[in-house]
Design a protein around this ligand. Structure first.
Ligand SMILES: Cc1cc2nc3c(=O)[nH]c(=O)nc-3n(C[C@H](O)[C@H](O)[C@H](O)COP(=O)(O)OP(=O)(O)OC[C@H]3O[C@@H](n4cnc5c(N)ncnc54)[C@H](O)[C@@H]3O)c2cc1C
Length: 388
């Protein structure tokens, strides 16, 4: 029959496409259909991401997700090559650095111990060490930092395209239409209804619709605490180049910055109401980011803003972490959203582990049970001390 699949994935961003790729790459032989409403990914979060990759988390599950994903990203270009055409994801392992004022240092020391116990080679740096990494850094008010040299940043759009291309090669069908609702029959998922009224049926539906995912779920009476939260990024240039390329650097104020080619990007966790909104405001850079940049690195005093953009976090309002797994009391309905600001870096591990869970009913590579849907009702949240 025509409109039938074995697995339907809603959303063909980095998460949906990583799941599609991993399912087929792991040997799933059924029909996988991915629905994507935005064929050029104009508003998807993935291409609007800052592409930061870090292992500096404070919960074992997030550390494990990043550790696993790091190994995949290190070899991504070659592993995802098709007919010897490699995928250039521009992974710059220039490090990830959290700067700390005095009172943050004991907390960072605790984080480092946990990270080291979980096999991540993070280091607590003193003031003087910081200048070896960023010679121009103003460390007057800074006591030190938490640093991981293996981390860094990559090109999110290319990663997503790498997964899409390979998933298609393995047989995934991408349908560029909008899903308007989930189809259910009592406690079993049945498929999806499209905006044009057509129905597609499948016994398994995976909701990877990012910032739009919770609306679909809520409308089917399957709520989850996730909202769309706008986040801006600004690109700027300076007159006097820095001596070294920057790690992704997080200022104690929450402003982050890194190189983008020979230029720079920066962003911050602004206080803003949840909404779907893609406006970016030059004045936010001038008022809220530039003074912090200029104080931290003298060369940034002459920052010339060139462009900006805004994208959406699929923001989990309860504990800011991914929600993964089958929805209780709705057989066959799987979710993978709520990533907030760190879905890009978790996509390889999430794709692999969801493939295992969907195909075999259990996790094999990593145990991601901690991120289950039920944690909200059970009040067993995953509280991260380092989420921005
Ligand atoms: C400004 C910004 C900076 C970020 N920085 C980082 C970072 O440094 N590091 C990091 O790891 N993460 C970062 N993130 C987060 C990261 O981008 C996301 O967690 C990740 O891209 C989520 O991927 P996704 O596939 O779930 O969502 P998306 O890429 O949004 O994909 C979801 C897809 O679903 C489609 N869709 C939605 N509804 C429907 C429907 N009804 N029918 C059909 N298709 C539908 C959408 O069109 C979209 O293409 C950042 C995000 C933003 C916005």
């Amino acid at each position: 029959m025509q409109n039938k699949a074995d697995i339907i994935i809603i959303g063909g961003g980095v998460i949906g496409s990583s799941i599609a790729y991993n399912l087929l790459n792991d040997g799933f032989t059924g029909k996988v259909v991915v629905f994507e409403k935005d064929g050029i990914y104009e508003f998807a979060s993935t291409p609007r991401s800052a592409g930061g990759f870090r292992q500096l988390y404070t919960t074992a599950v997030n550390i494990q997700l990043s550790k696993y994903s790091l190994q995949i990203y290190k070899n991504f270009s070659k592993t995802m090559a098709i007919d010897e055409e490699e995928v250039e994801i521009d992974f710059k392992q220039r490090g990830y650095l959290f700067l700390a004022v005095d009172e943050m240092m004991p907390r960072f020391e605790k984080h480092m111990k946990l990270q080291n116990e979980n096999g991540v080679n993070s280091q607590l740096l003193q003031k003087s060490d910081l200048l070896n990494i960023i010679p121009e850094l103003n460390v007057e008010d800074i006591a030190g930092g938490l640093y991981c040299s293996e981390s860094g940043y990559l090109d999110p759009y290319s990663v997503m395209q790498g997964y899409i291309r390979y998933a298609k090669k393995l047989g995934a069908e991408y349908v560029y239409d909008e899903v308007s609702s989930l189809l259910t029959d009592q406690d079993q998922i049945k498929g999806v209804k499209l905006a044009d009224g057509r129905e597609y049926h499948a016994p398994i539906v995976v909701n990877c619709a990012g910032a739009w995912a919770s609306f679909l779920s809520e409308n089917a009476n399957l709520p989850l605490p996730v909202v769309p939260l706008p986040r801006q990024i600004f690109q700027f240039d300076i007159e006097k180049p820095l001596q070294k390329y920057l790690p992704l650097t997080m200022d104690p104020t929450g402003v982050y910055f890194r190189h983008e080619g020979e230029k720079f990007i920066a962003g911050y966790a602004e206080e803003i109401k949840p909404k779907i909104d893609f406006k970016w405001r030059r004045s936010d850079f001038i008022d809220n980011i530039w003074p912090i940049l200029a104080n931290r690195i003298e060369n940034f005093e002459k920052a010339k803003i060139e462009r900006g953009w805004s994208g959406l976090y699929d923001f989990n309002t309860k504990d800011h972490n991914a929600i993964l797994g089958e929805y209780p009391k709705m057989k066959g309905y799987f979710v993978a959203f709520g990533f907030s600001g760190h879905g890009m870096q978790q996509a390889p591990a999430v794709g692999k582990c969801l493939s295992e869970l969907i195909r075999t009913g259990r996790y094999e590579s990593l145990d991601l049970t901690a991120l289950r849907v039920e944690r909200f009702e059970e009040n067993d949240l995953i509280i991260e001390d380092a989420i921005y």
